[in-house]
Design a protein around this ligand. Sequence first.
Ligand code: DGL
Length: 259
Amino acid sequence: MSNKPIGIFDSGVGGTSIFKEIHALLPNEDTIYLADSKNAPYGGKSKSEILDLSIKNTELLLEKNCKLIVVACNTATTNAIKMLRTTYKVPFIGIEPAIKPAALHTKTKAIGILATKGTLGSELFHRTTDLYSNGIKVVEQIGEGIVPLIEAGLINSNDMKLLLQTYIEPMIKANIDYLVLGCTHYPYLMPLLLELLPKHVKIIDSGLAVAKQTKAVLEHHELLNDKNTSPKHLFFSNGNINVLNAILNDEFSASSLGF
Ligand code: DGL
């Protein structure tokens, strides 16, 4: 049993989609969320930049006494989690695109994957894709420009719709029946994606799997906090705090922090 908080970080506001899953599954846990919006997007950065930013976020969460760290960013996970696990003692949970369930269940033998350049170019992503995509067409699409629009608070804008249309069209042409969301910002695009995709296309992300894995690892290390009756949830942003608050539906409130 541990009263310490779970630490969560992302390049910005997107990892709140993971926070929400964790909070739903583990309602007694305290959490601390870091939105590194000042440095968003991570997707186009070099591996060494992503490593440095991941170290910076991790060290701040460790200073704040976190017992476990959730890397709520596909780009940071696929590029940096191996290094984080070998450098720090605390357990890390990462997030990767859900290629496996999509590849196992596709009937049309074609799946789409929307993710950042950093994720699609990573060794970890290639290894997972090679492992599960035998005989399946994987239509990869870099979501260039999506994260900056979300970070600017323009989730349901016309610009976003036009951008998504361009990215989705080749996937529809390739007859996909699964779309994998490989970035934690993208679950917030669900209303637009449902509008743009044919009804039979299923959209999947890894949020719930990450929450379940967080629970399993806490249990394994005997770190679950199940008696806490007034859990605290802190959110820190080094960017536009209003965008983070809007995405939190004003249910939680964020503070500005320079980091
Ligand atoms: N939420 C991050 C991810 O899951 C976005 C990456 C970015 O900042 O480009 O990959």
